[in-house]
Write a protein that binds this ligand. Structure first.
Ligand code: AKG
Length: 287
């Protein structure tokens, strides 16, 4: 599919630091991504239970009332052809290439599920304090591996994004200047004295929307107050020339996790094949 990137899209991205394209993906494509999300979720939970060790890909929250929420799974491309193919989709790459004026290379990918579990699962390590994200610039993280500020992230909404289910907020125009972050128990945060809460724009958009954002623009999201998942599939790409100039190694941020986790995932398959483990978790029906 060839994509025409309009002047309006470029201007919005440059001025605000982000851009929303509704209906970028159709119903069938969204259905395929949701099915892949369920498959990956089942693989992560069942392989964690089979190995009696929580996968390093899995971020899980336990609330005060004992309920649990899958926050995110990262990385995911080596677990699903559906996800690895989308990283190369023209609807992302042609826009990104226009915005960064270079060829995009994949830097990382993740699926932020914000998915409540109908029943708590015993034996998993609930390793995150909240499914919310504090106000931050992604570059506060990406700088650790010397990625440039010109990294562009593309988020695909697998579910409608609403105020109630913990959609994102953006601070338009904060994409030019990076402010040093503070460390909190829930990640890095723009110091509150710099933040005008009224300047934030709440992102409400239907499933299938594509949201492109710069690595400096401030954003956050609140907890999911509904019983349904709020899934955002997020890819981040860096400019090819920066890779050459800075000696960035491909997949530097996520390769250690893939290498560490994949033997456990194979072991889970073996335990199943040998009849020594039976799946105990099925993804809730969310269709
Ligand atoms: O998924 C969300 O709600 C926010 C994600 C985010 O801010 C991030 O991954 O940096």
């Amino acid at each position: 599919m060839s994509v025409t990137v309009t002047d309006d899209e470029i201007e919005q991205f440059r001025n605000k630091g982000y851009l929303v394209i509704e209906d970028a993906f159709d119903e069938d494509e969204v259905a395929k991504m949701r099915a892949a999300a369920d498959q990956v979720l089942e693989l992560m939970v069942n392989s964690s239970l089979a190995n009696e060790r929580t996968s390093g890909r899995l971020a899980l929250v336990e609330h005060e009332d004992g309920s649990q929420m899958i926050k995110k799974i990262q990385p995911v491309n080596d677990l699903s052809l559906v996800f690895s193919e989308i990283a190369l989709d023209d609807r992302l790459t042609e826009r990104i290439s226009e915005f960064m004026d270079d060829q995009p290379r994949l830097m990382e990918e993740k699926l932020n599920y914000k998915q409540p579990l109908p029943e708590p699962i015993e034996g998993l390590d609930t390793n995150r304090p909240s499914e919310a994200w504090p106000i931050h610039s992604d570059w506060a993280y990406f700088r650790a591996q010397d990625y440039p500020k010109s990294v562009v992230s593309s988020a695909i909404a697998l579910d409608d994004l609403t105020a109630k289910n913990g959609t994102m907020r953006f601070w338009p125009g904060t994409n030019d200047e990076f402010i040093e972050h503070e460390r909190t128990d829930n990640g890095l945060e723009v110091p509150p004295e710099h933040v005008d809460d009224d300047a934030a724009e709440l992102l409400e958009a239907p499933a299938g929307s594509l949201i492109l954002f710069n690595s400096v623009v401030w954003h956050d999201s609140s907890p999911n107050e509904t019983d349904d998942p709020r899934r955002l599939l997020i890819y981040s790409h860096y400019p090819a020339s920066a890779g050459q100039e800075r000696g960035i190694v491909e997949d530097e941020r996520n390769a250690p996790t893939r290498r560490r986790e994949s033997p456990y995932e194979w072991r889970y398959q073996e335990l199943k094949d040998d009849g020594e483990f039976e799946d105990r978790f099925q993804a809730p029906d969310t269709a």
